[in-house]
Design a protein around this ligand. Structure first.
Ligand SMILES: O=C(O)CCC(=O)C(=O)O
Ligand SMILES: [Fe+2]
Length: 218
């Protein structure tokens, strides 16, 4: 049985994420969630893959599954509270959402996330997850599930500041590492991976319909 988010650990995580967001706009930490949960998530994702329940990722919510193999080649599966393992991860992210709203008044309204599998050779070209003022994606999260990732395995996430061509941070997709960043501030890319690469990408959103705009369905 997986336990629900531990209140103390959660409060510490919320403090650390809030501080990092204020100071540098992004947060990256190892062993962010319990190791048993990380292992269960990897298991869950690999099981889904065996059941052929992963789909090629599309680009943009609007252009419904407009596939573009030149831009990204991962396969995804959206998380749901119907599955107990996925529900536990979502409970952590919900606690983080509440914690950040309390600390930073961010008005985060909901969270959507998907498992991602990058098979050898897969990548995701440089992109922004949100455009200023045009998206309700405010914060991006990436949680990595891969044990013992080596430099030769490739598949690093490179994080850039707006106009920069050299990366601000180079992040290996090591199990237990949690990355959170402001979605409209940091272009990023996933370098081609040499090994199966497993992760959960997610987005905390504000409710645009509160600003007099119609919130598009996800
Ligand atoms: O897996 C990663 O490191 C980042 C994935 C990503 O950028 C995305 O799904 O938008
Ligand atoms: Fe992204």
């Amino acid at each position: 049985m997986l336990s629900q988010p531990d209140l103390l650990l959660c409060a510490q995580l919320c403090d650390d994420v809030a501080d990092a967001l204020v100071n540098q706009g992004y947060f990256c930490q190892d062993h962010a969630l319990p190791q048993t949960l990380t292992a269960a998530l990897l298991n869950n994702l690999q099981q889904l893959e065996e059941e052929e329940a992963l789909q090629p990722a599309g680009i943009g919510r609007q252009q419904q599954h407009q596939l573009n193999r030149r831009i990204r080649r991962d396969k995804i599966h959206w998380l749901s509270t119907d599955d107990p393992v996925q529900a536990t991860y979502l409970a952590w992210m919900q606690a983080l959402q509440q914690g950040l709203n309390q600390r930073l008044f961010m008005g985060l309204f909901d969270y959507e996330s998907h498992f991602a599998h990058y098979p050898p050779g897969a990548f995701y070209a440089r992109h922004l997850d949100a455009f200023q003022g045009r998206s309700n994606r405010v914060l991006t999260s990436v949680y990595y599930l891969n044990q013992d990732w080596q430099e030769a395995d490739g598949g690093e996430l490179l994080l850039y500041t707006e106009e920069q061509s050299t990366a601000l941070a180079e992040i290996r997709p090591e199990a237990g590492r949690l990355l959170i960043f402001l979605s409209d501030r940091f272009p990023h890319e996933v370098r081609p991976t040499q090994r199966d690469r497993y992760s959960i990408a997610g987005w905390f959103r504000i409710n645009n319909s509160l600003n007099g705009q119609i919130d598009p369905p996800s």
